[in-house]
Design a binder for this molecule. Structure first.
Ligand code: ZN
Length: 285
């Protein structure tokens, strides 16, 4: 069986989005130490409210375990840059929060509900604003496309053999029919499929264009990372293990961008003094 039919979400007031069927069979390691999932015999789709509650819980847990950069100027800038993208990208009015993780490793990830994390190691490798904006736009794309939520539904279905699973929230508590199951393990949302990555790239490009930020920052960032891998094999293993990235993905983003009229691209911003100040601040903190 390769497809899951999603049940329509209940009337929680969230806008209905076109749902793409999720492929079953791919195995993903899920999930948070504190997130409790309840497998429902009746099955239920994950609403935006449930997604936000899950994200808040998980993000709170991450924030206890990871060292974040709390310098007010760093916090302010990353949220300013992120919000310039979400303002136009998000049609669910999520409450977005952007964090800089104090880790030299190159990484960035998104938690459902609107929590985006980017490591200082990645920021230190950027040379201009549009590259960091590209990373944020891509991660925002994972959230707006609900890739993790879909993975969760797929994985739980695969694990339990039930039609769909549901996060324990007040919304679906009343429908709880099965036993609570705690899915252990720390690596959540560890890996997206190539299709998800490509979809997040395309979404990211469109968010950047809407925000008048040069989308060429996305392939530029890819090339920075690919070049580093070539010159220092193994150095970026953690990034490449969770972000499938090969030449064809870079080419695909370049082809997507090539469809944008050159005159339009010329007017877009790709750097700012404020970004360079932010970068220096990160480097010296
Ligand atoms: Zn991704």
């Amino acid at each position: 069986m390769t497809r899951i039919a999603f049940k329509p979400s209940r009337g929680d007031g969230t806008p209905r989005r076109a749902r793409t069927p999720v492929r079953a069979g791919t195995r993903h390691r899920l999930f948070a130490s504190t997130a409790v999932f309840v497998l429902l015999a009746s099955g239920c789709a994950v609403s935006t409210q449930q997604e936000v509650e899950l994200g808040q819980n998980y993000s709170a847990e991450i924030n206890k375990q990871l060292k974040l950069m709390n310098d007010p100027e760093i916090v302010r800038y990353i949220n300013l840059l992120g919000d310039s993208l979400t303002r136009l990208a998000d049609d669910r009015s999520l409450n977005w929060t952007f964090y800089v993780v104090d880790s030299k490793e190159v990484n960035a990830f998104a938690v459902p509900g609107g929590f985006i994390y980017v490591n200082r190691g990645l920021i230190e490798r950027t040379t201009r604003m549009s590259q960091l904006a590209g990373v944020l736009a891509h991660e925002i794309g994972h959230v707006t496309m609900r890739h993790s939520v879909k993975q969760m539904q797929t994985a739980q279905r695969a694990n339990a053999g039930l039609t769909l699973a549901c996060i324990l929230t007040s919304v679906c508590e009343s429908q709880v029919a099965g036993a609570a199951v705690q899915l252990g393990g720390g690596a959540l949302f560890a890996k997206f499929s190539r299709d998800d990555e490509a979809e997040a790239d395309r979404a990211g490009i469109s968010f950047l264009v809407s925000a008048r930020i040069d989308p060429r920052g996305i392939p530029e960032m890819f090339r920075i990372l690919l070049n580093e891998r070539a010159s220092r094999p193994g150095g970026l293993d953690s990034w490449f293990s969770t972000h499938p990235l090969e030449e064809d993905r870079v080419k695909a983003t370049e082809a997507e961008i090539a469809r944008i009229p050159a005159a339009q691209l010329r007017g877009m911003s790709n750097d700012s003094e404020r970004f360079q100040q932010f970068k220096r601040r990160v480097a010296s903190s």
